[in-house]
Design a protein around this ligand. Structure first.
Ligand SMILES: [Zn+2]
Length: 677
């Protein structure tokens, strides 16, 4: 998902940055390269050391081969209710139990198919673990080939968000959508909720007839809106790619195999903005082999979507805030599309190895951006991503600074959705490119995607494959210790290739000059700056500025109240640290309008540093909360609960009361959009 850095394909003066919203945007140490044993590759079953600690499932005993859903979607009750029927593949001759992951599900009954038809099965639903949910153990003495669970979701299901009509663009019909990654699928389907298990699925969904229902499956662009929908997903996927959405959605094509689903008021703009999607698909196919999922459509979500995008197969979920009228933020599409190879096709077998999804994808994303928009833009994006990574590393415990995280080090898999997996991972791929040459690495990656297509793998499996297929191409190119450092050691290895961006260098000069002389850069210069350059300008500021400096910048560039979320997420924390009270009111409005974690968490975190800021943050959160996604609510709540504020300095002026108007998601045009961003 994303959580990505932002890119801008053309020069945009700040005042025209309307809504450049931007996106955007953890293991026992795996066997080291020296000690890795060349055992059989994991396909669906996983070895004990690769066991997914974030699932109760026991895929070494039995796996789900196919899932058939028959659900009623109730907007009034905010529930999905019906049956999930599993076709099972029993791996272990002695196994007589099917263990599934659930969270906040009401289980009505469980049955197994026998010669005599469907018969009740005994089951136990454990008390919930706060992180993992409830283990559902089904007794299957006959090792049934088919098992059926009748259940309903909770209105507070962590993987679903239900929006009132007032929180949509059209304002007439309600909207709902899922976000299953990382371990939220279990809150709307009882599943082996681990990326190590892949299955095909079909679904029948009954809803009110005036909404269109879509899934991460074979959505028919010509489907009739009648309340009765059927889906097939013939390619096997892991559970975190289960997805559903419903609302006032219409379709418009981009190409023969790509198009946009959006609310009617958004669809034309979206099609125009994402017109390069087909070229992106073709570019990626030329690099890494055919697109294997048939259609590639985009679903434009309301602004409360907690991430920039989510790579649900055949139907990427996209924040509306990247629709800015100038294609300047479409690297988000490159990212989600890239997941069709890295992530959806070749999948991390557990969230400890998330870099296999996100690092590869961030690298591929940058290659797509380079191919479509040029190396200068791609390099700026790498530089900005790495500045973010360096900051992130300063606050990340060393055990989470490694690509291959050890078991137990990431209790919540959402903790691994950070710059390390994305940007250190992409940096490692760029390191390999530098050492082996682009042609060799491209050929290797194409073979890698073919070889492991529709499989879930661990870092150890990647290392084994690289040692067989890449390292021998140039035996002196990379040493064992360099490989070791990249995968298993914290920080950034000394071997990391450096990317320079002359354009961002000019921004550094302008900032330094201003800090030294209070002389702002000439308007003729800043008028040409892209979003990346403005980000870089703010990123390089000292920890605090004087009130005079803040005021000078704000007067010149109108940072307070900027519709550009990427700038807001950098300006408001600076304002909080600097005691710049004028920013509090627009900051409050921003926090209530936007639900995207990446953009708002830095603001909450800055506020939580002082007693006064924390009190303000609590008041704002109380008002914003009804419009936030459950994932966002959990993140903000945690930050506020765990805050250790220092007493406020007596000179800081008291911040005004938060604004009341609107809630997150109420403004379809606001910048927002994770990654698990
Ligand atoms: Zn991603």
């Amino acid at each position: 998902m994303r959580f990505p850095p932002i890119r801008s394909g053309r020069l945009i003066p700040l005042m025209a940055l309307s809504l450049l919203a931007l996106f955007a945007a953890g293991c026992q140490r795996e066997p080291t390269p020296e000690t890795a044993t060349p055992t059989a590759r994991p396909e669906t079953a996983v070895s004990a050391e690769d066991r997914d600690e974030h699932s109760y499932a026991e895929p070494e005993k039995v796996v789900i081969d196919d899932l058939a859903l028959d659900l009623a979607l109730g907007f009034d009750s905010k529930t999905l209710a019906g049956t999930a029927t599993y076709t099972l593949d029993w791996k272990d001759d002695g196994a007589t139990q099917l263990v599934l992951d659930t969270r906040d599900l009401a289980i009505d009954r469980v049955e197994g198919q026998t010669d005599g038809g469907w018969q009740p099965l005994q089951y136990t639903l454990d008390a919930p673990d706060e992180l993992l949910g409830s283990r559902l153990a089904i007794e299957t003495p006959e090792r049934n080939a088919l098992v059926r669970v009748t259940y309903r979701t909770s209105p507070g299901a962590s993987g679903l968000q239900w929006l009132e009509p007032s929180m949509t663009e059209g304002g007439e019909l309600p909207f709902m959508f899922s976000q299953s990654q990382a371990i939220h699928a279990r809150s709307w389907v009882p599943l082996q909720d681990t990326p190590s298990v892949r299955y095909t699925y079909s679904a029948k969904i009954a809803s009110r007839p005036d909404v269109m229902v879509l899934m991460s499956a074979d959505n028919d662009p010509a489907a009739e809106r009648d309340g009765d929908y059927a889906f097939e997903m013939p390619q096997p996927i892991p559970s975190y790619l289960m997805a559903i959405a419903a609302g006032d959605l219409v379709f418009k094509p981009i190409s023969g195999r790509a198009g946009v689903w959006a609310e009617p008021a958004m669809v034309d703009e979206a099609v125009e903005e994402f017109a390069d999607t087909e070229e992106m698909i073709r570019t990626t196919e030329q690099l890494y082999g055919p697109y294997r999922w048939e259609r590639y459509d985009l679903l434009i979500l309301p602004p409360s979507f907690p991430f920039g995008g989510m790579e649900n197969p055949r139907l990427s979920f996209i924040t509306p805030t990247v629709i800015v009228g100038d294609k300047s933020l479409v690297s988000l599409i490159a990212h989600e599309l890239a997941h069709s190879w890295s992530g959806n096709l070749v999948t991390n077998a557990s969230w400890k190895d998330m870099w296999l999804n996100e690092g590869f994808t961030s690298y591929v994303e940058n290659r797509i951006v380079e191919a479509l928009y040029g190396k200068e833009v791609a390099d700026m994006e790498f530089v900005i991503a790495r500045e973010g990574l360096q900051k992130d590393l300063a606050e990340t415990p060393s055990e989470l600074q490694v690509l291959a995280v050890r078991p137990g080090d990431a209790r919540d898999p959402d903790d691994t959705f950070g710059a390390v997996a994305y940007d250190k991972g992409a940096w490692f791929l760029q390191f390999l490119e530098e050492r082996f040459g682009r042609e060799t690495l491209d050929a290797f990656l194409r073979g890698y995607f073919d070889h492991f297509a529709f499989q879930s793998i661990s870092t150890a499996t990647f290392v084994e494959y690289a040692k067989a297929e890449l390292l021998p191409k140039q035996p002196d190119a990379v040493t064992e210790s360099e490989l070791e450092a990249w995968l298993y050691e914290p920080g950034i290895p000394a071997s990391a290739p450096q990317v320079l961006s002359p354009r961002l260098g000019l921004v550094d000069s302008a900032r330094l000059a201003w800090l030294g002389s209070a002389q702002l850069p000439p308007q003729s210069m800043t008028a040409e700056w892209t979003t990346q350059e403005w980000i870089h300008f703010l990123e390089g500021m000292p920890e605090t500025l004087t009130l005079e400096q803040m005021s000078q910048l704000d007067t010149a560039y109108s940072f307070s109240g900027t519709p550009n979320g990427e700038l807001a997420m950098r300006w408001y924390p600076l304002a909080v640290r600097s005691g710049y009270a004028i920013a509090y009111e627009p900051m409050s409005a921003f926090l209530q309008r936007i639900g995207r974690r990446k953009l708002i968490m830095p603001v909450y975190e800055a506020l939580a540093q002082s007693e006064q800021g924390l009190a303000f943050a609590r008041r704002v959160f109380e008002r914003a909360r009804p419009g936030y996604h459950p994932i966002t609510i959990a993140s903000v709540q945690k930050t506020l609960d765990e805050a250790k504020p220092r007493p406020a300095p007596a000179v800081t002026p008291p911040p005004p009361e938060p604004e009341v108007e609107g809630g997150a998601g109420a403004d379809g045009t606001s910048p927002q959009a994770p990654s698990a961003g």
